[in-house]
Design a protein. Structure first.
Length: 137
């Protein structure tokens, strides 16, 4: 076990964990942030998507040691910068079962950060992997 420091949803955090523990399990089990979901465990489905320094990553594939010094954003912290995105999701009645919604919102936030005026093709590409969650569960 080692102490790993990173910024989580805008707050400095230190966790004690084995360096190779997937970030997903640190978020869910140690920090009790359950908005990040377990899907396939192989980085394919996207259910575990979080933002690491603004980029969408699969937290099941990121060892917590790689998060050291990073800014991690989960669905629980998304509203600080992207409340407009969550409102749009509700206004457009996007939600379905809800299992993949945190990952979809985070993928959309990463897209908007990188491409403020995305095309339909940009949007399709950004959420394609997350949209396939049901095929991998």
């Amino acid at each position: 076990m080692v102490a790993i420091r990173f910024t989580l949803n805008g707050s400095a955090r230190t966790v004690e964990a084995a360096p190779d523990t997937p970030l997903l399990w640190v978020l869910r089990d140690s920090l009790r942030l359950i908005g990040t979901k377990f899907g396939c465990g192989e980085g394919v489905c996207g259910a575990c998507t979080v933002l690491r320094d603004g980029l969408a990553v699969r937290s099941c594939q990121v060892p917590v040691s790689a998060a050291a010094g990073s800014r991690i954003t989960t669905i629980e912290g998304l509203a600080a910068e992207y409340a407009f995105l969550q409102r749009a999701w509700l206004e457009e009645d996007v939600a379905q079962c809800g299992y993949c919604q945190p990952a979809m919102l985070l993928a959309a936030a990463a897209l908007l950060k990188a491409t403020p005026h995305p095309t339909d093709a940009d949007i399709d590409a950004a959420v394609a992997a997350v949209a396939s969650i049901g095929r991998h569960l």
